[in-house]
Ligand binder design. Structure first.
Ligand SMILES: Nc1ncnc2c1ncn2[C@@H]1O[C@H](COP(=O)(O)OP(=O)(O)O)[C@@H](O)[C@H]1O
Ligand SMILES: [Mg+2]
Length: 518
């Protein structure tokens, strides 16, 4: 049978499970979909199970948990799109659990043998039962022959094939949706599935997780706010990740809330400041900041694990976000509005003043209120609503950053109900702004300018040749300067003028850099 047919059959199964959970065309949204989809929804509800949740997002979450790992991942990614989906739906969907029974010890041992080429006993003195299992991988505790205790993360057997099959179904569904329901194109289902596909496939290579961990070890060392377990590269592969074992209490553990054992305020502060320092100062952040991925050791040091998803911000985006937070801290709404316009995120046909005043309506109620009453989360959600009115195109990296910030704030507020996001973020944001706008920022701008100049200088030898050719052509009378036009072919003298123009603009850039630093 052809692969297409297999995918089609799998799609029918997916449709069936969704229908059983009234998640194919949830009754709540039936009135807002085209007639064809409405009829499909009506038929599908004949098969719907009784006593289901009244939250459509939660019903979809249940169905996705039944459908398997790719669907779980897809749902997790979907639940981050608070900007385009009904908040009630997103709330329900975010309860999607990633708990699945572990696979057998035999299967784990087989994978180790396949990857290492030797039995685990040849490299380990101890290999535990799985201590955690999720849809993609499970983790064992082990001891190397040298005595070092390690965590071994192993991908599920056949996970690549299963993921590929499930993803093929999702691609087929998205393709059908776009051709059968033209109005669905606005939400870009095909593009969304492509993004989810790429994200999931990246998580299926543990060597990438290892390099993500080592990327975060630089901010870890420099800021001293958090730690990253050491990676045992020579024991790792696509299917296995070996890291230093961190002895401690997971932040998801109830013990962490015991007042006589841990200082919850300090932990919350470290969690938030680590996240902000990474994103604003280093442009790279752990994008799955939930309690299960944080461990507190006996010195109350924070350790992060699970680097499957890494967020990245280009320098301009780091600055953009730091400026927004700084603007809110300083209550400078005009500045925040300007930043949005400068970055080109808000179309020019809107007025800066109107945008600033809408931002004021979000920011002002925050001041003079206690921290318990004002969650950053709410502020960001209001910000999303405003950006929608002003046709703002949200960038995927920024959505990821905001989603992770909300997630991190949630963790902090559970640890410390009086957690004040604004006070905690102030030192990091101020430092970042000083760096961007103070002398260091100017030096960075200058360095960027110098880099452009260097590239221009590299083409200078060619330019010199061009100028010589130009002079020769002129002396031979091939160029008539009085006519303001050259009667020789465009190369090479034409290029020499272009080079001169680049060179002079570079000099202007460098001069302005020096002037700014001065
Ligand atoms: N280096 C480590 N030291 C101690 N425990 C770890 C370590 N790495 C993972 N764990 C434990 O295993 C769990 C699952 O690992 P994780 O990398 O988060 O996998 P998943 O991607 O399946 O969530 C973590 O929540 C943590 O409790
Ligand atoms: Mg995890």
């Amino acid at each position: 049978m052809s692969t297409q047919l297999y995918t089609f059959i799998r799609m029918i199964r997916t449709g069936w499970i969704l229908a059983r959970h009234d998640a194919l065309v949830p009754s709540e949204y039936a009135s807002s979909v085209p007639i064809l989809a409405r009829i499909l929804g009506l038929i599908s509800r004949i098969f719907t199970l009784r006593n289901l949740s009244i939250n459509p997002g939660e019903r979809l979450a249940l169905a996705l948990e039944k459908l398997g790992p790719a669907y779980i991942k897809f749902g997790q990614i979907l639940s981050t799109r608070g900007d385009m989906l009904d908040p009630v739906f997103v709330e329900g969907l975010s309860r999607l659990k990633d708990k699945v029974p572990p696979f057998s010890m035999k299967a784990a041992e087989d994978i180790i043998f396949k990857e290492w080429g030797v039995k685990w006993q040849d490299k380990l003195s101890h290999f535990s039962q799985p201590i955690a299992a999720a849809s993609i991988a499970q983790v064992h505790k082990a001891t190397l022959l040298s005595g070092e205790v390690v965590a071994i993360k192993i991908l599920r057997p056949n996970i690549h094939k299963r993921m590929r099959n499930d993803m093929d179904v999702l691609h087929m569904v998205a393709g059908m949706a776009e051709s059968l329901i033209p109005s669905s194109r606005r939400l870009g289902p095909k593009k969304f599935v492509e993004t989810a596909d790429r994200a999931v496939m990246l998580e299926l290579d543990l060597r990438l997780e290892a390099s993500a961990a080592s990327e975060l070890s630089e901010p870890s060392k420099e800021t001293g706010l958090f730690n990253v377990p050491k990676i045992y590269w020579n024991h790792g592969s696509k299917n296995i990740l070996v890291t230093e074992w961190i002895e401690g209490t997971a932040v998801s553990d109830k013990k962490i809330l015991e007042k006589d054992r841990f200082n919850q305020k300090e932990i919350a502060k470290k969690v938030m400041q680590s996240f902000l320092a990474c994103s604003f100062d280093y442009g790279v952040f752990h994008a799955d900041m939930h309690e299960g991925n944080m461990i507190i050791d006996s010195d109350e040091q924070l350790w992060l694990v699970d680097f499957g998803i890494l967020g990245r911000l280009a320098p301009a985006e780091q600055r953009f976000h730091a400026e927004i937070l700084y603007g809110f801290l300083m209550r400078d709404y005009t500045r925040i509005a300007e930043v949005h316009f400068e970055a080109g995120y808000v179309p020019k046909n809107h007025s800066i003043e109107d945008f600033a005043s809408a931002l004021r309506s979000v920011g002002e109620p925050i001041f003079g209120q206690t921290a318990e009453n004002v969650a950053m989360t709410k502020v960001l959600l209001q910000l999303f609503e405003i950006t929608e009115i002003f046709d703002m195109q949200m960038q995927p990296q920024l959505i990821m950053l905001q989603k992770t910030m909300m997630q991190t704030e949630g963790v902090c507020r559970r640890l410390d109900p009086e957690f004040d996001m604004w006070e905690i973020s102030r030192p990091i944001v101020e430092k970042s702004m000083q760096r961007e706008l103070g002398p260091q920022g100017h030096i960075n701008d200058l360095l960027r300018g110098l880099n452009k100049a260097r590239r221009t200088l590299e083409i200078l030898p060619d330019a010199t040749k061009d100028i010589a050719a130009l002079a020769k052509a002129w002396s031979k009378g091939e160029i008539d300067l009085t006519k303001n036009k050259m009667n020789i072919d465009k190369s090479p003298s034409y290029h020499s003028w272009k080079t001169m123009a680049i060179l002079s603009s570079t000099i202007v850039v460098v001069m302005s850099g020096i002037w700014l630093v001065g």
